[in-house]
Write a protein that binds this ligand. Structure first.
Ligand SMILES: NC(=O)c1ccc[n+]([C@@H]2O[C@H](COP(=O)([O-])OP(=O)(O)OC[C@H]3O[C@@H](n4cnc5c(N)ncnc54)[C@H](OP(=O)(O)O)[C@@H]3O)[C@@H](O)[C@H]2O)c1
Length: 341
């Protein structure tokens, strides 16, 4: 059976990554692609690296014929999806890459995104899109809210450790770094080569939108309120993300918890003691690699977690969710080895 796929926001980075993945998926066919300012253009004009593919022309969302669509990826800015979902027929499944359905609380959405949520009545039926934690919910859901990229990087190690009581819920510090593609393709001065290259800076200090998701999911895992410190940084590389996490706990015990928890997971690799994960070793793949080290301060540990922000941090994970929602093999279209060097 072939699933008919629409990718809304296909002229953006996560949309293009979805096109790259879905185009060679064994049971998916791209039937519609949308853009906003670039509507009317061919994908080959917008993304010449995809010119070899036979793809539909980019169209406005309102011109997409959803009668021909089985599943839609929404690779759109936050604030667009919550207004759009009611316009899409109920029979169409949705994987939303934006933040619009990740937060379970309207006040939290207002606090972190500065917007009134237009579809909070739908939110309780939405699955949170990290398959390693919500596989059964994703399989049942009509809508899945793909997690934020920093959130996936942080939660994949932290949730099992908090749930097992292997780290303390107090005093978790997440020091995170992202490549510039994390900001999307939209023009911004801070992302100009001359401003991002050969530099390193923090942003969203003490108030970053992903804190809402982190609070929600870390607290759920711990069974008590968790407020982790979180500071993101911009690194002058195109793809890749690392969270360096400091917490209380025993490193060997924590590594054992993670190794057992992820033994059967295809995309999460827990490294042996002493090995250091690198963004270069996951680039272009759906892999998350995690290492745990003992801090020299007794009773403290250091976790290193890396992934590709456009893959396990966005489009790869979105395809993983879509595979589950459509009853396909979860790894379909996602087994390519990382691109190295
Ligand atoms: N980049 C990442 O690493 C990453 C990781 C995780 C999650 N996300 C999330 O994924 C979503 C997409 O991110 P991105 O990096 O792909 O962004 P992007 O490169 O800026 O692309 C945005 C896409 O949405 C379209 N668009 C913009 N405004 C629109 C509107 N009002 N109505 C309809 N379409 C509109 C754009 O069309 P035009 O090109 O024609 O303007 C473009 O196709 C965001 O919510 C982002 O937070 C991104």
């Amino acid at each position: 059976m072939t699933h008919r796929i629409a990718i809304l926001g296909a002229s953006g980075y996560t949309g293009a990554e979805l096109v790259r993945l879905v185009a060679t998926h064994p049971t998916m066919q791209i039937v519609a692609l949308s853009a906003d300012r670039k509507a009317g253009m061919a994908m080959a004009e917008v993304f010449p690296h995809l010119a070899h593919l036979d793809l539909p022309v980019l169209q406005k969302i309102e011109d997409v014929d959803f009668a021909q669509v089985d599943l839609a990826f929404l690779a759109l800015p936050h604030g667009v999806s919550h207004a759009l979902v009611r316009e899409i027929p109920d029979r169409v499944k949705i994987v939303d890459l934006s933040a619009d359905f990740r937060l379970r609380d309207a006040d939290a959405y207002r606090k972190w995104y500065g917007l009134e949520h237009g579809a909070m009545d739908i939110q309780p039926s939405v699955a949170f899109g990290i398959p390693e934690f919500y596989r059964a919910e994703i399989a049942r859901a009509r809508i899945t809210a793909n997690s934020g990229c920093y959130v996936a990087t942080s939660l994949l190690p932290l949730v099992p450790l908090l749930a097992a009581g292997a780290i303390g819920a107090e005093d978790i510090v997440i020091d995170a770094k992202s490549g510039v593609s994390g900001a999307g393709r939209g023009l911004s001065e801070a992302m100009l080569f001359s401003e991002a290259n050969e530099g390193f800076k923090s942003y969203g200090v003490a108030h970053h939108r992903h804190m809402g998701e982190l609070d929600q999911e870390l607290s759920k895992a711990a069974g008590q309120p968790v407020l982790a410190a979180f500071t993101p940084h911009l690194v002058p590389m195109t793809r890749g993300m690392q969270a360096t996490i400091y917490a209380a706990g025993d490193a060997d015990a924590a590594r054992k918890v993670l190794a057992e928890r992820y033994a059967d997971e295809p995309f999460v690799q827990v490294l042996a003691a002493g090995q250091v994960p690198q963004t270069q070793h996951v680039k272009g793949s759906n892999l998350n690699r995690i290492a745990v080290f003992a801090d020299r301060r007794p009773g403290r540990l250091i976790i290193l977690s890396v992934l590709d922000n456009l893959m396990k941090g966005a489009s790869g994970q979105a395809l993983q969710c879509a595979n589950i929602m459509l009853g396909e093999t979860e790894t379909a279209g996602l087994t390519l080895a990382p691109l190295f060097p």
